[in-house]
Write a protein that binds this ligand. Structure first.
Ligand code: ZN
Length: 237
């Protein structure tokens, strides 16, 4: 490892440690600073990269670390961080606009498998993080699954129902995160790529998209004034 890079990494470690202790954040489920540096340098595998993106979108702590590393990289070593700078910048910018719930699922006949999500999954009466599901070896669900995430303003619930492995239905429910009441006057829009597929103005806080084919989707949830949240949904066979 070149001397200069060693120095940068040392510096990152010191700053990160200070920052971490200041905010009292547990590192248990967070990627370490080395992994984040690898992400910024585009040295992770495709799978690791996807996991890191999903994590950074929803973890302010790690997004902050990534931003910090990026800044140090720009200052001390202009060549170190290539295309990922733009990605992290977009990420940080989009976080300010609206938070994201990521969901990655696999449909097989009448089984629904959770590959990953940044939300909590309903098991019986309990909402569980994916890390807990993994530790209990729960990943397959029959017919349908409910995934929920609390953001600053809203609680977003996505209920996904398997239609024989060929299509799915998606019910989105949005509540005020303080009062838990259904949000009124919402615009909920389903996109595939940049194409708007369906869009509804709802007064009841709930929208159902029926018979959606497998693929990658974005659901935008907005009030009259602004975007409240996004769901990024990737459902494969
Ligand atoms: Zn984190």
């Amino acid at each position: 490892m070149p001397h200069k890079q060693e120095r940068i990494e040392k510096l990152i470690k010191v700053i990160y440690k200070k920052w971490k202790s200041a905010f009292g954040i547990s590192t248990q489920e967070h990627p370490d600073e080395e992994a984040i540096a690898c992400f910024l340098e585009d040295r992770l595998s495709r799978q690791e990269k996807e996991e890191m993106k999903a994590h950074l979108v929803n973890c302010d702590a790690c997004a902050e670390v990534a931003t910090l590393q990026m800044k140090i990289g720009i200052v001390l070593e202009r060549e170190v961080f290539p295309s990922m700078i733009a990605y992290v910048k977009d990420l940080v910018r989009s976080k300010e606009i609206a938070p994201v719930l990521d969901i990655l699922l696999k449909l097989r006949d009448d089984i629904l498998e959770i590959l990953n999500t940044t939300g909590d999954v309903l098991v019986g009466q309990e909402l569980m993080a994916v890390s807990i599901l993994r530790s209990r070896r729960i990943k397959e669900f029959k017919d349908e699954v409910l995934i929920s995430k609390d953001f600053k303003d809203v609680r977003v619930e996505a209920r996904i129902k398997n239609k024989h492995g060929k299509a799915f239905s998606l019910a989105v429910t949005v509540r005020n995160n303080t009062t838990r009441e259904l949000m009124r006057d919402l615009r909920v829009t389903l996109f595939k790529g940049n194409k708007r597929i369906e869009s509804y103005l709802v007064d009841s806080g709930k929208v159902i998209f029926e018979d959606v084919l497998l693929g990658r989707y974005k659901v935008q949830i907005a009030s009259k004034e602004r975007k409240l949240a996004f769901i990024l949904l990737d459902i494969k066979r």
